[in-house]
Design a protein around this ligand. Structure first.
Ligand SMILES: Nc1ncnc2c1ncn2[C@@H]1O[C@H](COP(=O)(O)OP(=O)(O)OP(=O)(O)O)[C@@H](O)[C@H]1O
Length: 953
């Protein structure tokens, strides 16, 4: 990739200092030249200059090139296998002199293609619109201070501040610091790479330059400042990919499955049509008529509209999820969510509020309780004493700040900094400056900083108590005095820690160490984090989020197990878990520590995971998360896993649904996740599961509805063929097509907007292997709704014929005295199918529950669709010029009255069937074995059983 050449000073425009020819600069060369070319400095740009540059350079976004893809995509709809099949049928019809039929079939193909095209566009927009829910933020120097800006507003010349976990949103050259980056989005190589300040090597390709970072990559570790050299489409990722990072492009397993089934049904339809040919001819039809009917049968039964409707249902699900706070990046995630069996959640920020407040301090002088965040309630404490030393050291070991717009940084540190500001005040200690930071590493659970005071170095370390205690050899016995840390001290501290942890408090130990002998600032943290002097313990309260217990109870009802995988200590985590109801059922809740997990073989871990009850994996590492996710998946579980740190990315990718936090999580985690919670609430995961189940159920509902009309369409033809023509054909080919094309489409679509059925979260998760089209669904569509409808339709047909004086073998063809009666009879048969489909649509709305419990009027879209269906049907029956097209004739009032009860019979019969089903299931649910239960992993806690028993609706 060639590098653009630098620009000439004379090309600068008067107002912004940059003109369009400055859009690209050569990032190589010396930094001074680069600053000059970009008319900026190490202090960044002013807000006004950045705004001007934004006008010149445009937003820092990737725009899709070649937006007019639609002619190709629309054309693509016509080359789908089912569309091709229909087109062959149309050609056959025309060749067979049935021009009207051929044209009608082509109309089906065109309408369906246009419909599918718009559904897909809608689906795509729905997924793309999600970007608005997750605006990318960046930190840049503006007007001399670090500010949060929208990544889209970054301009060349900005100084970008990068930290561990940040997504890099522009190309740039490092001016300060060093970082580890993941360039895999650009190079495909997942190996982390180090990038630091340094001169450029002209022979090295730009992407490999080790002083450059690129938009679309991620900062895995370290801290750096970067001079932005290119934004938007001028970045390397902009050049490489003309397309923005599009999501949702994969085909969901549901779609793959339905595609297969649709093809199978198409094959069966071809077979039925071919079989009809000889039967029709034998029954007395002319070859032309027999071919027409065969084609009509084929067309009516090919489920060509099924796939686009499913895509649309998933896309609408994605939109609904986003409104409820869960942004999913793949359409297929919606269906996976519905079959989630285990949620592995972290504690801090997901179950708890991540709003820490220091409640207790402990030093070798004893405990101090702090009742209010302002330090009220603390009396008799000598703030010049040991407690002050402890708090001061903790604050010195923080990177969080309280700026003019409030506190920023890690909530644990914000709590410490706040306490420091309120208890000790702002102490200006001239001459002391921070010389090094060893960031918090979740693997060793420690963080350290080094301050320089003249030529004296002092290190401050804070971290998980056992980590700090493991490195401590002394303890502060007074503000300036220390002594050896004895075994007795350790025992006493262990008791204090246990007491705090039992209250669910989050614990930190703080230590310090003078580094007199060190001249240079150590670069290896192991040199610093040893021989520490323990100053004390800080305990913080991080209360559970509101309504987390409700969410946990809902998860349990839905047969979902909760495993807590936390970096925190087991006792604290167990207390919080108990407060929110984790482990409330059979098997309770057991705690496994990181070291216990490390010592377990894979078989032992499997056994633990298979045992009933819930588990807290305490003091666990990001690697442990990955191992747990893998083990659960190998046991056939569908795993949702939360994570927020950079190191959580592999586990988030490995889980079926990786869940990242939109507010508190790192960008790297958000990129790796399938679902991002914009509100960070645990409850949102459960809402998303419910939404996933609803969407999946709705897909089944409209499949049921579409399949239900097959039997009443086919049976009359069979009757005609098997009677050897003694019974005239109850439906014309055009009438068949009218059902497929006109009347059934909108109700099917509206069924995908059905609200969740009561009890949807009181049944066990759907097994991963379970197909969307199950034998039960087919039995209900064909064997129940279809058979009842066929019976009613034929009854209507015969009653009209019989009342009009028809008998077996009586001729009904054009010109015969019975022809008008025959046309009225087919009209009634056709209206009968439409009416039965209205009943089937109402019946399909629930799988188990009674419609009363969901509310007859709770899906206004469906009611509207049925109204339109009836208007269309009335047109076919009453508009005279449509009569010759469809072979219909205006029925008499008494004939019309025949079909009026049909919807209620079909719907009512299904209500009774469901009622019987509920009674039977109710009895089964009373037993210990639950529907769909396969092993202890699915059993969940006891109350699941109880609630399911009462889940009858
Ligand atoms: N910024 C920090 N500096 C020093 N120690 C910390 C810091 N944050 C957390 N710790 C310590 O490390 C422990 C583990 O923290 P970690 O962030 O890995 O997990 P967590 O936030 O407690 O829980 P979860 O994994 O559920 O979010 C904490 O209990 C605390 O003792």
């Amino acid at each position: 990739m060639g590098r653009p050449s630098s620009v000439d000073e004379s090309e600068r425009s008067a107002d912004s200092g940059l003109d369009r020819r400055d859009l690209t600069v050569d990032p190589a060369g010396s930094l001074d030249v680069l600053y000059r070319n970009l008319r900026t400095s190490a202090h960044g740009l002013s807000g006004r200059e950045a705004a001007r540059r934004l006008v010149v350079h445009g937003a820092n976004e990737l725009v899709r090139r070649g937006g007019r893809r639609w002619p190709r995509e629309l054309l693509g709809q016509f080359t789908q296998p089912l569309a091709l099949l229909l087109m062959v049928a149309a050609v056959l019809a025309i060749v067979n002199h049935s021009v009207a039929l051929g044209v009608a079939i082509l109309a089906v193909v065109v309408l369906n293609a246009v419909f599918a095209f718009f559904q897909e566009i809608h689906a795509e927009h729905a997924v793309e619109a999600l970007a608005a829910y997750l605006p990318d933020q960046a930190r840049a120097l503006r007007d001399g201070s670090a500010q949060n800006v929208a990544a889209a507003e970054l301009v060349p010349g900005d100084i970008l501040i990068l930290q561990e976990g940040d997504r890099i949103s522009a190309d740039g050259r490092l001016t300060d610091g060093s970082i580890t980056v993941d360039l895999s989005t650009l190079t495909g190589e997942s190996q982390p790479l180090d990038r630091s300040v340094g001169p450029s090597d002209a022979d090295v390709p730009l992407l490999q330059a080790d002083n450059m970072v690129f938009s679309g990559s991620a900062c895995l570790a370290g801290e750096a400042r970067v001079l932005v050299t290119a934004t938007g489409m001028h970045t390397e990722i902009g050049r490489i990919a003309a397309l923005s990072e599009r999501v949702g492009g994969d085909r969901s397993p549901l779609e793959v499955q339905v595609r297969k089934v649709a093809r199978l049904i198409a094959l069966v339809s071809i077979a039925v049509a071919v079989a009809f040919l000889p039967l029709g001819i034998a029954a007395g039809l002319t070859t032309v008529a027999a071919v027409s009917f065969a084609i009509g049968l084929l067309v009516a039964n090919v489920p060509e509209g099924l796939l686009p409707t499913i895509t649309l249902a998933l896309a609408v699900g994605v939109q609904d999820l986003a409104r409820r706070g869960a942004v999913v990046k793949r359409l297929s995630a919606v269906e996976t969510l519905g079959s989630t069996t285990v949620i592995c959640t972290d504690k801090t920020g997901t179950l708890t509020q991540n709003r820490m407040q220091v409640t207790d301090l402990w030093t070798s002088h004893g405990s101090v309780a702090i009742n209010g965040s302002d330090g009220s309630g603390v009396s008799g404490v000598d703030w010049s004493g040991l407690v002050a030393v402890l708090v001061r050291a903790a604050v010195r070991c923080c990177t969080a700040e309280i700026g003019p717009d409030g506190p920023s940084g890690d909530p644990t540190e914000v709590a410490l900094v706040r306490l420091g500001a309120q208890l000790i005040g702002d102490e200006e200690e001239s001459g002391i400056r921070r010389s090094a930071i060893f960031r918090f590493d979740p693997r060793i659970r420690l963080m350290s900083t080094i301050d320089t005071d003249g030529d004296h170095l002092r290190a401050y370390t804070k971290g998980a108590p056992e980590a700090v205690l493991g490195l401590a050899s002394r303890i502060a016995s007074g503000p300036d005095a220390t002594r050896v840390l004895t075994d007795e001290d350790r025992q006493q501290i262990a008791a204090v820690l246990d007491m705090y942890a039992r209250r669910g408090l989050r614990l930190l130990a703080v230590a310090q160490r003078d580094l007199p002998g060190e001249r240079a600032i150590p670069v290896d943290r192991r040199v610093v984090e040893k021989d520490l002097c323990l100053l004390g313990i800080i305990a913080m309260l991080d209360p559970p989020r509101e309504r987390t217990s409700d969410a946990i109870a809902r998860a349990h009802d839905a047969g979902i197990r909760i495993l807590v995988v936390t970096g925190d200590n087991g006792v604290t985590a167990a207390e919080i878990a108990q407060q929110v109801g984790i482990g409330a059922g059979t098997g309770g809740c057991r705690t496994i520590t990181g070291s216990e997990l490390d010592a377990m073989s894979d078989a032992q871990l499997d056994a633990v995971l298979e045992a009933p009850g819930e588990i807290i994996f305490a003091r666990s590492s990001p690697e442990a998360k990955l191992r747990i996710a893998d083990a659960l998946q190998s046991l056939g579980q569908v795993v949702a896993m939360t994570g927020d740190g950079v190191n959580d990315a592999p586990a988030l990718r490995a889980a079926d649904i990786g869940v990242a936090m939109g507010r508190s999580g790192s960008e790297v985690a958000r990129q790796a996740a399938t679902m991002v919670l914009t509100d960070d609430r645990f409850g949102t995961i459960i809402d998303a599961v419910e939404e996933g189940r609803r969407v999946y159920d709705n897909v089944r509902k409209f499949i049921l509805y579409i399949f239900a009309h097959a039997i009443p369409e086919i049976v009359p033809f069979l009757l005609f063929a098997l009677s050897g023509g003694a019974i005239p054909l109850p439906l014309t080919v055009m009438q068949l097509l009218a059902i497929d094309l006109l009347t059934d489409t909108l109700p099917a679509l509206a069924l995908s907007r059905e609200p969740a059925e009561p009890g949807v979260m009181r049944r066990p998760p759907r097994p991963r292997s379970e197909g969307v089209i199950r034998p039960r669904l087919l039995a209900r569509a064909w064997g129940f709704l279809g058979v009842i409808s066929a019976g009613l339709v034929l009854a209507g047909f015969f009653v009209v014929l019989q009342r009009g004086g028809w008998s077996l073998h009586a001729p009904t063809g054009v010109g015969t005295p019975l022809h008008h009666l025959y046309q009225q009879a087919t009209t009634v048969a056709w209206l009968g199918i439409v009416s039965c489909q209205v009943g089937a649509a109402m019946a399909a709305r629930t799988e188990r529950a009674s419609l009363r419990s969901t509310g007859v009027f709770s899906n206004p879209l469906l009611l509207g669709a049925i109204a339109i269906e009836l208007v269309l049907a009335a047109a076919v029956v009453f508009v005279p010029f449509l009569h010759p097209v469809f072979g219909t004739a205006t029925p008499t009032a008494s004939q019309l009255a025949l079909v009026i009860p049909f919807p209620f019979v079909v719907w009512g019969a299904d209500e009774i069937r469901r009622w019987i089903g509920r009674r039977r299931t109710g009895r089964t649910w009373g037993l210990s074995t639950l529907p769909g239960q396969r092993g202890p992993l699915q059993s969940g806690p006891d109350r699941v059983t109880d609630d399911r028993r009462t889940a009858r609706v």
